[in-house]
Design a protein around this ligand. Structure first.
Ligand code: WTA
Length: 668
């Protein structure tokens, strides 16, 4: 759509002028060329969705093929336990595969690239075949409808195959991010009573073959019930896979070969039947099992892929996230495949073998949409424009970001150096719990304001309020709330309805008045045009490179280290990661602050959660700042981490300690 900037013919001074112009520009119109072909370009959609609500969501449901039509779009008899498309029946694997076979059977569904440069492709026909074979194998292993199957896998094609195979037989999946620790795997399998695991021998990172199976095995040691495991051979000769398989571990390729040509009729699922579980971090210690359903979730991710990512069947679309997180579920697997497009998957890091790896993939595959995270964009910016400049990125039509606030500078860099000022950038706010995007501009309609995600999507009713639930004035900081249900919303926390109500609904709802308000636990502000800027989490969640980590999980990992008496973990600002973990640690008597102690704390966190949670700083202190009632003042610890001016410390039980800690952090 736009010319290659390999030869953009600009002189240095023209470049500089352009930077100056961009630096000052606060709003950007959607490029006309984009608008002309956009899936959604008529601004009346906002009004229509308001007038028709909740029936407006039929448009989302219409993107799917239903076995039985639903009777009611929304049932709200038992708030906040909403039900969507009630009475409808469908199967997600049928919607992502079978229904495309006639029209697009020979078109590519998945284009995968390994870190070493090896590639694999699946047409819809081929993906359908493998999903059927693996579904038959899972059945034979004893997986029944509604059994939770855990997947602990990196970015290899067998992961979406396994997810769709589960969807086909009505077994909800629970994908655990491969970078998480063995302990994290065990916790999640125990919480869901999951008796089946699909994993692999390993994968490549920065050219090295990582052993993943040992980690999976360690995790299985912590599972308190019997399990059956399927192991994918990813590494071939780089890992002696067969040698390592235990008695209850089966080889994926053997299983699929044993079921060659098998056909498994997609199980009829009720719209409200669970499609998957996804564990995520929250305020209290244990991860929460977010439950998503078949009808509402699939409709919602299909609709947002269509309206926001502008996905069309003939596109080559790339969401450069990991399927281990919700972004990958919704926008690598379910949304794009439901729309019959080609979805790209990449196994490795963006700087292997060089810092232009992503641009090499965009160019060679002719990628039309790129959806990634601000943390990645900040890294690209730091590496410099020379890397994208080496490639022809003219196939790109739309850019997207997700996961954390994007600063205007990074937004503009992305817009200019990747999009050549001719691709709209959608800054999409959403969460594991929301299932799909909630706040973003529509790329074919809305003016873009770097730094602000945008208005709520049509049909979504989000607002920014103060502590009492009253709307704040434009520009003032407040809390983000969502005033109406939406089809992609979580239905509950698995086996914990009470916590679901407590965590998300109690803060702002008035049950007596039948008013239910969803609280995402983010701070925000809103401008005169209704554009919302997200200010970050207001609960005890740290957002490291767009990955959600609970401070409580980190603290309990630190306290488990021998010699640690007490700990507090907070997020401090970080140039590249957005936020980084600061761990403040009190040692038991008899233990001294040392490099070794520091390493043990870091290792303890890595082991309990994973390397992504690794503390950036470990600060040893004899005390933590506490209120008179004994609560740790995390705000102060955050201010210290950020080198900010400290708020009032006079209400502390031990005000003196603050200065000591501050001196220590500043001295590091
Ligand atoms: C943050 C990821 C600012 C936010 C899809 C939210 C964002 C949390 C944005 C959810 C954005 C996500 N701008 N902040 N565009 N998108 N966030 O569950 O704090 O991993 O609550 O879902 O990420 O993280 P989660």
């Amino acid at each position: 759509m736009h010319g290659s900037r390999v030869s953009n013919g600009m002189s240095d001074s023209e470049e500089t002028q352009l930077e100056a112009r961009l630096a000052e520009q606060e709003a950007f119109e959607p490029p006309a060329e984009f608008v002309e072909q956009a899936n959604v370009s008529d601004p009346s959609i906002y009004e229509e969705f308001e007038v028709e609500w909740p029936d407006c969501w039929e448009r989302a449901a219409d993107l799917l093929e239903w076995e039985t039509d639903y009777d009611e779009v929304l049932v709200d008899d038992d708030e906040p336990f909403y039900e969507w498309f009630v009475g409808g029946e469908l199967n997600a694997s049928h919607n992502c595969l079978d229904r495309h076979l006639d029209s697009r059977g020979d078109e590519l569904a998945i284009r995968w690239e390994g870190e070493l440069g090896d590639t694999r492709e699946f047409t819809y026909e081929e993906l359908h075949r493998e999903v059927n074979e693996f579904a038959a194998a899972l059945r034979e292993l004893g997986v029944e409808e509604d059994d939770v199957v855990t997947m602990y896998m990196p970015m290899i094609p067998e992961l979406p195959v396994a997810m769709l195979a589960c969807a086909r037989i009505g077994a909800p999946h629970s994908v655990v991010f491969a970078g998480f620790s063995a302990d994290a795997l065990a916790t999640r399998m125990n919480a869901a009573d999951s008796e089946f695991l699909v994993t692999c021998d390993g994968y490549y990172r920065r050219g090295d073959a990582l052993d993943h199976l040992s980690k999976a095995d360690d995790g299985l040691d912590g599972v308190d019930h019997g399990t059956t495991t399927v192991v994918v051979d990813r590494l071939g000769d780089d890992h002696d896979h067969d040698h390592d398989l235990g008695d209850d571990q089966l080889d994926y390729d053997d299983l699929v070969a044993d079921h060659a040509g098998a056909e498994v009729e997609p199980v009829t699922r009720d719209a409200e039947d669970m499609l998957f579980l996804m564990y995520t971090s929250g305020t209290t210690g244990k991860p929460k099992g977010v439950k998503h359903t078949t009808g509402g979730y699939l409709s919602y991710v299909s609709w947002t892929s269509h309206a926001v990512l502008d996905v069309k069947p003939d596109d080559t679309y790339w969401c450069a996230a990991d399927i281990g997180w919700i972004t990958g579920h919704s926008y690598i697997v379910y949304g794009p495949l439901a729309l019959g497009t080609t979805t790209v998957m990449y196994e490795g890091t963006p700087d292997y073998p060089d810092k232009d790896r992503l641009w090499d993939i965009v160019e060679s595959y002719g990628v039309n949409q790129l959806y990634t995270a601000p943390t990645a964009i900040r890294a690209f910016m730091k590496w410099g424009a020379e890397y994208p400049d080496r490639h022809d990125l003219s196939s790109l039509r739309l850019l997207g970001t997700v996961g954390e606030p994007i600063n205007p500078k990074a937004w503009k860099w992305y817009y200019k150096h990747i999009g050549d000022e001719s691709c709209p950038v959608v800054d999409t706010w959403w969460q594991t719990e929301t299932g799909g995007m909630m706040i973003t501009t529509l790329p074919g309609i809305g003016e873009m304001k770097p730094g602000a995600a945008g208005p709520p999507l049509p049909g979504v009713d989000a607002a920014v309020v103060d502590g009492d639930g009253e709307a704040v004035s434009p520009g003032e900081a407040g809390y983000l709330v969502v005033d109406r249900p939406w089809p992609g919303m979580l239905r509950t926390l698995y086996r914990n309805d009470e916590r679901f109500v407590e965590e998300y609904w109690e803060a702002y709802s008035d049950p007596d008045a039948d008013e239910w308000v969803y609280f995402p636990e983010d701070g925000a502000k809103i401008d005169e045009d209704g554009y919302i800027t997200i200010l970050g989490r207001v609960d005890d969640v740290i957002n490291v490179s767009g990955h959600r980590l609970g401070t409580m999980e980190i603290e309990s990992a630190v306290v488990d280290v021998e010699g640690v008496a007490e700990a507090a973990a907070v997020g401090g600002d970080h140039e590249m990661k957005g936020e980084a973990v600061y761990a403040y640690v009190i040692l038991e008597d008899g233990y001294e602050e040392s490099e070794e102690m520091r390493d043990r704390v870091v290792e303890g966190v890595e082991e309990a959660i994973g390397p992504i949670a690794r503390p950036e700083e470990v600060v040893f202190t004899p005390e933590l700042p506490k209120t008179r009632s004994g609560k740790i003042m995390r705000r102060l610890l955050e201010d210290i981490a950020n080198g900010d001016e400290l708020g009032n410390t006079s209400t502390l039980r031990n005000p003196d300690i603050v200065e000591d800690i501050e001196t220590k952090v500043a001295g590091d």
